[in-house]
Design a binder for this molecule. Sequence first.
Ligand code: PLP
Length: 382
Amino acid sequence: MKKPIYLDYNATTPVDPEVAEAMLPYIQSQFGNPSSAYHIGRATKEAISKARSQVAALINADPGEIIFTGCATESNNLAIHGFMLANKEKGKHIITSAVKHPAVTEVCKYLGKQGFEITYVPVDRYGRVKPADVEKAIRPDTALISIMHANNEVGTIQPVKEIAAIAGKHKIAFHTDASQSTGKIATDVQELGVDLLTIAGHKLYAPKGIGALYIRHGVKIEGLIHGANQEKGISPGTENVIHIVGLGKASEIALRDFKRNRQNMLTTRDALLAGLKSKLGNQVTVNADLINCLPNTLSIAFENVEAHRLAEAISDDVFISTGSACHADSIEVSSVLQAMSIDHEIATSTVRISTGKFTSAEDIDRAAEIISGAVKKLSPSI
Ligand code: PLP
């Protein structure tokens, strides 16, 4: 039996073997507490410092602006909740968009119950926020704008640079969730002009259980849990050295291989789309504008075929997801597709296919055969 083809890189990525190798000494022998003054402690402290520099280099930040966290969800909580707690004098209003991940929505919902006020700006048919709509939503008490860099379900890239410029003009802090964009498109904090940026380790070929938050120098964040002074007290607790080393190495590789990986994601994604179109013709609808889209992501509907039935039919051979993988066992139309006003029939027939740096041309040929074969079988005969 042939190996199943993994086409769900937006859900999570496998750990890069180079990353695993870099982590190994910290699993096997380098166990010192980074806060200890003797040499095995100093060794892990240095490993963290190296990783911080590697992550910073990936996004063109200063290493002192990187905080390691447990995951992107924690980074988003710190960036939104932690920012609002530390900057109460700036106001209680937050602007975000109608397309976002629960790691932002749920934080906003929670803050809404605590007396903060949230405005959700709409998106267009492709899930893109209009910078002018963000500007219109600004109030004298707006303290923070949070717009994701690229969407996990449809891949739409937001005009983050333009929105950050508007935020800057009004002296409002700007956060972007770059969980899906780092390593796939240029994610340079200076170029984008953002104040806070979220990174997810397991979308970047590092293991699960590690994330990072970029905090521009001068931006105040209050920690949400309290303890010792690790990670400037913003994310305290003895450091997860093994995973931090992994995220550092993954960031170094993402920067080193950026062009090649990006090209491979794009080539394989586009070849799959071409293959599916040639086999299924008009039955195929793409939900995103592929120009302003992550190079690896394909949000695609097959007319008259329920997405979950398709995903299930091919699940021994090809791994794809319906809706967002983080809440995958629901067949409800995702809030992202709803916000994009996608027709209900199309939305329930939509699957997300996401390629990665390990996807090969052979995988794509096989996947196109398997997916199109299943679509034909599941399509009602007319
Ligand atoms: N933000 C985005 C855009 C994501 O796609 C995800 C995961 O799917 C997250 C945040 C949350 O990441 P984690 O579950 O690793 O905290």
